[in-house]
Each structure stands twice: as structure tokens, then as C-alpha cells.
Design a protein around this ligand. Structure first.
Ligand code: ADP
Length: 485
């Protein structure tokens, strides 16, 4: 195996900074790639949390003026990850979320903040750090979308580039006047095969247009984003570039998500012995103020509360949930309106519906370990991670038939058609009616203990690890390097 060096560029990396699935991928993929002969280093911004955790990192370079203020490039190792950290206090030393203010508004200088990240990625691509000259620069999402653009417009020999889309909805759109401040030729912002996007610029478009390869996080999402609707403005571009676009499913960190060793759950359980799930269910019911009952199917949700996730549809099915004698434990945060509506439903249905608003990793583990089924009713879902964790914890997924949900769950009605065993319930179209139907079917199946157990066991037997998926990325890097010569 020829060793390959890859610079990954990501705006969040688990376990250091996480707002969503991108962090999980950026944190797990480098570890899984080691077995495939790929040495990956990850470049991320030096947010306060990062600087606190990586105190003692080595300084590699220092600039008196980097995008308007002093900046440094650091190298550090953390939890098996090899990191480059761009420490530019005037861009990143801010409290809270990496992308938005405490009021939930995008930081007004996000264009500058993430152009700075991409700029340094391109410089490392060109050999800024002699000890690590990458064969490939792998950019994740719009925050890294300019990395392929800087490399492209520079004109010097460059490494191969890969752009991965974790969510088409986030496109990094800015005013074209930004071009001067970020050091790209103004022509590039008028280039319809470059950054230009409906009179402005889009960092995501830059990456999609100029990277050698494009990947997204499931084969079905790779198809969906080539449509006008799924492409959210980029369907045409992606149809044109279909030859270099592929979908590689995400895995999960099977160490962090291991019911046999999980320190966050009340009772650990093995893959052959699910009896302790009942004990976890009892603790979960307590924590969500639900009636203690083993007979009532307990539905779990762990999600951002946003239009994408379809949780407004789940609200419409509350009468079905109550009518079928089911319970609901929901953990989520996001849209104010949805938060308020869920809290109101919980107040109106004590003992039956429990809601915790917030971000709580420990509680997320307990929901996976204690709920009977996990609901993911997304309108679109590039891959989705919670349903993968659910498979590993024997919570049966009930999911909409979109994106990675379609690819990772086998519906109870599909089992005969494929030679794989069913692992859950899928519904389409993404409507409250179809979701209600799936909930009723799940309830009926739950009453048949043998059938339910078969679903749980085939879920547990599903490979949700990064092992094979990392192999697909390694093959992609090698193929790209070979073709570029
Ligand atoms: P997305 O990245 O679109 O939010 P994914 O399913 O790909 O959705 O990844 C979400 C990740 O964030 C999962 O690891 C999930 O467990 C976690 N998560 C989402 N909401 C919460 C929450 N409120 N508390 C704890 N973890 C959460």
C-alpha cells in the first residue's frame, strides 16, 4: 500500500468542537484511515475551546497580519488526531457557537473567518509545512470550500482536491466585494465556473466547481442533490459534474457508541443479552417524567429542531402516539417555535410525552440505550448518524425514506426482496400521515416480541463502523492521485 498524505479541512472536529454530524466525521475518519495507509492531518480554527484544550501546541508559523490581525499556525495531537490549528484571535476567539452569535445570527465576518481557514489549507497544500506536504487536500462543507479555489487560481502545481458535502443547505453565500479582502482575483468572483453565484459568491459552489472530486455522505443523497429540488440551486452544476461525484456512507465511532462499555448509560448491555435495555428504559422514563411502563413502546428523538428534521410532522402525529399507547422522549434544540410547541405538548401530556430542550450528549446515549424505537422523520438527510447509533443500541429506527436513511435502514417490508434482514421502518412520502402509518405498524410489531427482537438483532449485526467506509475514502484518494499522475 503506497502511503498517502491527506490534509482534511473542517470547521468542527469531535471531540473538540461539535455542532453536528460534520464534527463526528472529521473526528472519526482520520483514525479509521490509519489502517488503510492514509496519514490524515486535520486543519481547524482555533476557537476558544480548541485553544484551551490544546494548550502547549507547537507553533509552526506566526504572522503579524493574517487577514487583519496577528495569526499563528500550530500543530497538536489530541485523542489520536493530528491537528493543525489556525489561531487568529480576531477571527476565532469568540464565545459560544463556531458560526453564530448568542442570538443565533451568523457572525457578520463569516466569509473572512472561513476564507482564512481555506487560505492556510491551500498554503499547506503548496508546502508551507515541509514535514507534511499533502497528496490530497480534502475540504469539508462550505467553510472549507475556498481551499480548492485558492489552489486552483494560484496556478502552481498542486495536490489533488476533494470536496465533501455534509449538507447542501449550507452554501456559504457572500457579497462579491469580499474578493479583495480574501485575496482572490476579482475575475474569480465573476466566473460562472468558479465562485459566482446569482450575483454574489458561494464558497460551497467554489468547492463543487473546482475540486477534482466531489463526495457526499450517502449514495442516495448523491443522487438527490442532482435534482433541482435536492440540489438547492446546485442541481445543474452537480449533474454536469456527475462523473466525479460519489456517495460514501458515514460510519460512527463504535468506541464512543458501544453499549457494552458506555459510561453514560445506566446499565450496560451486550449484543446477545438485551435484558438490561428494560432497566435503561426505566431510567429514561424517570428522567423524562414518563409513566414507568415496560409495555408502552417508548419512542426517542435526538435532533436539531429544524425544518430539515421534519419534527413539525412528528408534532402532528401526537394524537397517534397517544392513541396507540406509546410514549415519546425528545431531546433537541433549535427553532424557537418548535421548542415552544414541544414543551407545550409535554405540559399537556404529563407521563406520556417528555421533552428536554438542550444539547446533552449523556442524555443522547441514554435515549439510544433505553428507547424502543428512534424516530428520524427528516425531509432530507445527507446521511444521518442517530439512526446508526440506534442500530448499535438496539433501538429500532423509524425513518423517512430519504438520503442516508434510505441507504442505512432496511424496512420490515423490504426484507424478503433483499437478502438482508429488516432493521426498521421506513415511510414515504415525508408527511404526517405516512409517519403515523409507520408508527402504527411499529406499534403492532412491538406487540409481537419475537418480531421486534429480530429487528433489534439484525440492527445489532449491521456494520455501522468506519472500517469499510474509510476504505472507500482511501481508494478514492489513491485513484485521484494515480489519475493526476
Ligand atoms: P445533523 O448533523 O444534521 O445535525 P446527524 O444525524 O448527522 O445530524 O448528526 C447529529 C449528531 O448530533 C448525532 O451525533 C446526534 O447524537 C447529535 N445530537 C443532535 N442533537 C443533539 C442533542 N440535542 N443533544 C445531544 N446530541 C445531539
Amino acid at each position: 500500500m503506497t502511503p498517502v498524505r491527506v490534509l482534511a479541512v473542517a470547521s468542527e472536529v469531535y471531540p473538540i468542537v461539535k455542532t453536528g454530524g460534520l464534527a463526528d466525521v472529521a473526528g472519526a475518519l482520520p483514525l479509521a484511515l490509519k489502517a488503510h495507509g492514509v496519514e490524515m492531518r486535520t486543519l481547524m480554527p482555533g476557537y476558544p475551546d480548541v485553544m484551551r484544550r490544546l494548550a502547549g501546541a507547537d507553533e509552526i508559523r506566526r504572522w503579524p497580519d493574517y487577514f487583519g490581525g496577528p495569526g499563528r499556525l500550530l500543530a497538536a495531537s489530541h485523542d489520536g488526531l493530528d491537528l493543525f490549528v489556525l489561531d487568529v484571535p480576531h477571527l476565532y476567539a469568540r464565545p459560544g457557537n463556531p458560526y453564530v452569535t448568542a442570538e443565533g445570527i451568523d457572525w457578520p465576518d463569516n466569509g473572512l473567518r472561513f476564507a482564512a481557514l481555506s487560505r492556510i489549507a491551500a498554503d499547506i497544500g503548496h508546502g508551507l509545512v515541509p514535514a507534511f506536504v499533502p497528496d490530497v487536500v480534502h475540504a469539508h462543507d462550505w467553510q472549507a470550500g475556498l481551499a480548492p479555489a485558492y489552489l486552483h487560481y494560484d496556478g502552481r502545481p498542486r495536490p489533488g482536491t476533494v470536496m465533501t458535502i455534509h449538507n447542501m443547505a449550507y452554501q456559504g453565500k457572500f457579497d462579491r466585494d469580499l474578493a479583495n479582502a480574501i485575496g482572490l482575483p476579482r475575475d474569480a468572483t465573476f466566473d460562472v465556473h468558479g465562485l459566482e453565484y446569482f450575483g454574489g459568491i458561494s464558497f460551497l459552489k467554489a468547492g463543487l466547481q473546482l475540486a477534482d472530486r466531489i463526495t457526499t455522505v450517502s449514495p442516495t443523497y448523491a443522487r438527490e442533490i442532482q435534482s433541482d429540488e435536492g440540489g438547492m440551486g446546485f442541481g445543474g452544476l452537480l449533474r454536469e459534474r456527475a462523473g466525479v461525484l460519489s456517495g460514501i456512507l458515514n460510519g460512527i465511532d463504535t468506541e464512543v457508541w458501544n453499549p457494552q462499555t458506555d459510561p453514560h448509560i445506566a446499565y450496560r448491555f451486550g449484543t446477545n443479552d438485551l435484558t438490561f435495555r428494560a432497566a435503561n428504559k426505566a431510567v429514561l422514563q424517570q428522567q423524562f417524567n414518563l409513566d414507568s411502563s415496560d409495555e408502552a413502546p417508548l419512542l426517542g428523538v435526538i435532533s436539531r429542531l429544524s425544518w430539515q428534521k421534519g419534527l413539525d410532522l412528528l408534532l402532528e402525529t401526537i394524537p397517534t402516539i397517544l392513541g396507540e399507547g406509546m410514549q415519546l422522549a425528545l431531546l433537541g434544540s433549535g427553532d424557537r417555535d418548535l421548542q415552544d410547541r414541544y414543551q407545550a405538548v409535554a405540559r399537556a401530556n404529563p407521563g406520556r410525552i417528555g421533552v428536554v430542550i438542550g444539547y446533552d450528549e449523556i442524555l443522547a446515549h441514554l435515549i439510544q440505550a433505553g428507547s424502543d424505537a428512534l424516530i428520524v422523520p427528516s425531509r432530507f438527510e445527507p446521511c444521518g448518524l442517530t439512526q446508526l447509533c440506534a442500530l448499535r443500541y438496539a433501538a429500532v429506527p423509524i425513518v423517512s425514506r430519504v438520503g442516508g436513511l434510505e441507504d442505512t435502514i432496511i424496512d420490515i417490508g423490504e426484507a424478503d426482496a433483499s437478502d438482508r434482514d429488516a432493521t426498521g421502518f421506513k415511510f414515504a412520502p415525508v408527511t404526517a400521515d405516512a409517519l403515523s402509518g409507520a408508527l402504527r405498524k411499529a406499534n403492532a410489531t412491538f406487540r409481537n416480541k419475537g418480531a421486534w427482537r429480530r429487528l433489534q438483532l439484525s440492527g445489532l449485526a449491521t456494520d455501522v463502523s468506519w472500517r469499510n467506509r474509510a476504505g472507500d475514502y482511501a481508494a478514492l484518494y489513491r485513484d485521484l492521485i494515480a489519475r493526476r499522475g
